[in-house]
Design a protein around this ligand. Structure first.
Ligand code: AMP
Length: 560
């Protein structure tokens, strides 16, 4: 009998049964003088005692505004110290923080605020081409018109807008809320905090949109604290580690694996910039002597390709995580050698599971570390199932399902979509295609809808991408399927070539000829500057597919 594709992560370390508020209290009691947060662009350098004092003051200030445990508080801002204060303050005050993508525009903002009924919104002033205050005013023209709390028919739940910078008309200043909290004292906060349960909701994250409309994944203290702790363990974060976090805080990579990963280990969070910037990241690693660096694959690729790359002293680096999207083997190898990250790991997960389910070990052989997403995380289970929901034998591809403490409470107010994602037995259906081998290593081979079927042959784009990455002139590549009258689907590759490289379609084809099966050689090859992607670096293949379909339609018109 072949073994079934089912794994369980057993561990000597028990799950943590603590709230996030209690966690920060405990760390500041034991490690109060240790550096907690460094924000390069704000000149912030706070110890754990300082972070706790600010978070507690802001938490008391939110309660003094009349917010009640269970209320939703939105945060719409790129990375900054106030984001982190808001994260810990809302958790301690029993409020539910709602992460809002800083790239959102009015329509999306309205959707999110309405979907979860935010009572308060904490906002940045502006970032890049986004004037947040102007957009909020357009949505809520009542802001600043009357005195006292806000009342708007369009957003009936919203009462307060808190501005991180300055005090625009009608908004409360972030610092003032903190000051009022200090004056109010901690009595009310401590009694609210004592009543919070580990399974209470603490955070809503809207999933990033590679899979249809954004849904509000609702996560508990227990979900987040435990995932952060066990990911930190696997990454090798230690007390005093300095973790460079260039990934956005509004995504679980930043706020859970980053922030909470540090706090569960009394490590230092280092933010290089408001939003990802390769040079500023390299600068922060060097200046802060970071030993741990996080990023999605495209972020590592961008750093490696900076003209000034070799001028940085990155010798403090050792560990880190590459995650969020398929991590190309060649890039992993280069990061391990050129960036000194010999212990880098790959993590796999999704927002709905807090996020990480699989992670490689620092001491896995490099070959396994770069070609798989590692083994199941402690206390979690995973299985691979076929289209009928039956577990497949080891090594066979199917849909990856995960179960355990990490599975979200549900999509906010959306029982039907929650049921579609999490079945009655508690399994989260990830929508990702994967295999699990005999030793328990998992390989993500595509998303269910990513798989290309060309004339009956199943092609996993990931495999072709890995091959094309080996071409010396290929900097980045995405492979996807496009409709085809004869074969049903044909393969298409979009390639970002290395600066100055003389690469053309012919040379790519020659590179493939005889080395990979003919049906895996992309029929269409296009050279592009960059890929359409979400802010977290998740490449949107559907947008590339649409662009190709338009190109075919234009060509058909010309030849008609
Ligand atoms: P998100 O909820 O935004 O974190 O997106 C989750 C999705 O990202 C997963 O369902 C996967 O499709 C993809 N993903 C995350 N990590 C990896 C990884 N290490 N390798 C391949 N795909 C990944």
């Amino acid at each position: 009998m072949p073994r079934e594709s089912y794994v369980h992560g057993h561990s000597g370390a028990p799950l943590i049964g603590k709230t996030i508020g209690a966690l920060l209290d405990d760390v500041s009691a034991t490690d109060g003088a240790r550096e907690a947060l460094v924000v390069a662009h704000q000149n912030v350098r706070w110890t754990y005692a300082e972070l706790k004092s600010r978070s507690d003051a802001f938490a008391s200030g939110l309660l003094a505004l009349g917010l009640e445990p269970g209320d939703r508080v939105g945060i719409w801002s790129p990375n900054c110290a106030e984001w982190t204060i808001a994260q810990f303050a809302t958790a301690k005050a029993g409020l539910i923080l709602v992460n809002i993508n800083p790239a959102y525009r009015i329509g999306e903002l309205e959707h999110v605020l309405r979907a979860v009924g935010c009572r308060a919104l904490i906002t940045a002033a502006r970032f890049k081409s986004s004037d947040y205050i102007a957009m909020i005013r357009e949505l809520v023209p009542e802001l600043g018109r009357g005195s006292g709390e806000l009342h708007s028919p369009r957003l009936p739940d919203l009462r307060h807008v808190i501005s991180i910078v300055g005090k625009p008309d009608g908004c409360l200043a972030f610092d003032r809320v903190m000051e009022q909290g200090r004056q109010a004292g901690s009595g009310r906060l401590e009694s609210v905090a004592a009543a919070i349960q580990i399974d209470d909701a603490v955070n809503i994250q809207f999933t990033s949109g590679t899979t249809g409309l954004p849904k509000g994944a609702t996560l508990s203290h227990h979900n987040l604290i435990n995932n952060a702790f066990f990911v930190g363990e696997a990454t090798g974060i230690e007390p005093g580690s300095r973790v460079c976090i260039p990934v956005p805080l509004y995504h679980c990579f930043g706020m859970v694996m980053g922030n909470l990963g540090c706090v569960t280990h009394a490590a230092t969070m280092v933010y290089p910039s408001e939003a990802f910037d390769p040079l500023k990241t390299l600068r922060a690693v060097e200046a802060e002597r970071c030993d741990v660096l996080y990023g999605v694959p495209t972020m590592f690729i961008a750093q490696l390709n900076q003209a000034e790359f070799s001028s940085f002293n990155l010798s403090s680096l050792r560990r880190g995580i590459m995650a969020g999207a398929p991590c190309p083997i060649e890039v992993m190898k280069e990061v391990a050698s050129s960036m000194h990250m010999s212990e880098i790991t790959i993590a796999y997960g999704m927002t709905e599971t807090s996020p990480v389910s699989f992670q490689s070990s620092r001491d896995d052989p490099l070959e396994l570390r770069v070609s798989t997403v590692g083994r199941i995380q402690p206390h979690l289970e995973a299985k691979i199932v076929d289209r009928d929901g039956r577990i497949v034998p080891r090594g066979e591809a199917g849909e990856l399902c995960t179960r355990g403490y990490s599975v979200m409470l549900g999509y906010w107010n959306d029982e039907a979509r929650t049921r579609e994602a999490v079945d009655a037995a508690g399994w989260m259906h990830t929508g990702d295609l994967a295999t699990i081998d005999d030793a328990g290593y998992c390989r993500i081979v595509g998303r269910i809808k990513d798989m290309v079927i060309r004339g009956g042959e199943n092609i996993y784009p990931r495999e072709v991408e890995e091959y094309l990455y080996q071409h010396p002139d290929v900097q980045d590549v995405q492979v996807f399927g496009v409709p085809d009258a004869k074969y049903g689907e044909e393969l298409c590759a979009w390639i970002v070539s290395r600066p100055g490289a003389a690469i053309d379609e012919e040379s790519v084809r020659t590179f493939c000829q005889g080395r990979i099966s003919h049906y895996k050689v992309p029929r269409y090859i296009r050279f592009v500057e960059s890929f359409p992607s979400t802010v977290t670096g998740k490449v949107q293949k559907f947008a590339m597919r649409e662009a190709m379909i338009e190109e075919f339609a234009r060509a058909a018109k010309v030849s008609a």
